[in-house]
Write a protein that binds this ligand. Sequence first.
Ligand code: ATP
Length: 472
Amino acid sequence: MGKKKIKIIINHAKIYGFIFKSNEIYNGLKSFYDYGPQGLEMKNNIKKFWWEYMVKYRSNIVGIETSILINKKILLASGHLKYFNEYFIINIINNKIYLIEDFLKKIKKKINNIKKIEKKFYYYYNKKKINKLNFFLKKIIIKNNLNKYFKWENIKKFNLMFKTKLNTLKYNKYIYLRPETAQGIYLNIKNIKNSNRMKIPFGIAQIGKSFRNEIISKQFIFRTKEFEQMEMQFFILPGEEKKWYKYWIKSRLKWHLFFNLGKKKYRIKKHKNLSHYSKFATDIEFKFINNYKELEGIHFRKNYDLKNHIKFSKKNLYFFNNKKKKKFIPYVIETSLGLDRMFYSIFCSSLKINKKRIYLKLPFFISPIKIAILPIVKKKKIIKLSKKIFNNLKYEFNIIYDENKSIGKRYKIQDSLGTPFCITIDNNSIINKTVTIRFRDTMKQIKYDINKLKIFFKKKFDISFFFKKNLY
Ligand code: ATP
């Protein structure tokens, strides 16, 4: 069922202009995707909703946009050159590649005493005792008589970063595509503090592309090599990490629940395999089709990055504690969400297929097209009124006008695009100054005063009410 559903999703996304395979006419580039007109619009709506919640309505969080290509020294300091690796085995028997964690999942069902094994596995894995892990896994395979299925030489390592060359007159120098947006924020902490007079606790948010040379990238846009992140680094006083860590887990979960995709689809889980910079981490998991998987990570990064940037750059990135009269390096709580993964979570749970019809039940504020203006027939007077309504609404909402094909077919197209409302205009509209509004989810139709349309839709698409009550 899972694979079949993914196929349906990929197909729908292509036909209705959300997502296309990248480089398609040259047979595609595996795990790269392009966003079509509807996909781009939807992506922008998600970004806006994140930005309004995280930045616009908070006085202590500001935004930034930093460069994608970064200096090698930054990644030496951040530890990514040394630690940002993927470990995998190549099974000689079937010539398949398994990431080491996936391999554990694969053999899980076939072995006994899994809890004990998992504990030891993560002990070796987190401490990067890879030789010991290799030996340990081989022992398990033999003990459980699995050697007819699995055989490999050694666990192999792959660094996840893409690098390219910078041409200078004298020599070619390597620079890297950033693997996360966070580093650009750390480098600018003093610029932001000084230019915007920020006081601890404060946050810096960024939305932008990141790149990871993932060995196994599957499940459509869930894991790709080029993706967008929406990250926020929150700088706090050392000692206040528990309070702020809890705050951000709660706050981020609240944001996700605004999408109304079903409370049960979310799960909070402690992250087992900690990144090199994380002291503790929690994932907000989402039930993508059949399984719960990481959607967003909330990490306590302590002062790992700033401390190393001070050490490597020899620049003063210290703050001053007026009460204690001494300098300190702020601790950091990071919230990190993949935009494409967020897109996927919404898209796959919104696509509704039943015997009667197919429709995309997107949250109204995320829908790429908000309203479709559909004259019932191509009569001069009806078209004239329809265009007048279109022109009246187009400055406030992303809307379209469509006069081709039967009304049933046009409804079908709009349902598949996720358009929450269709307005139909007929002869009565000219006489009574009313139109018919059709609701995507219920297919209910109501008559409505043409002069009151703007107010009606403003209420329907207002997102500020989400934030007005409480920004927890
Ligand atoms: P995963 O365990 O899925 O690889 P991660 O723990 O490495 O993720 P982080 O480094 O915490 O991920 O990145 C923060 C967020 O960025 C993730 O929660 C996810 O939403 C997104 N993300 C990370 N890697 C990718 C990827 N290859 N493709 C799409 N989104 C990604």
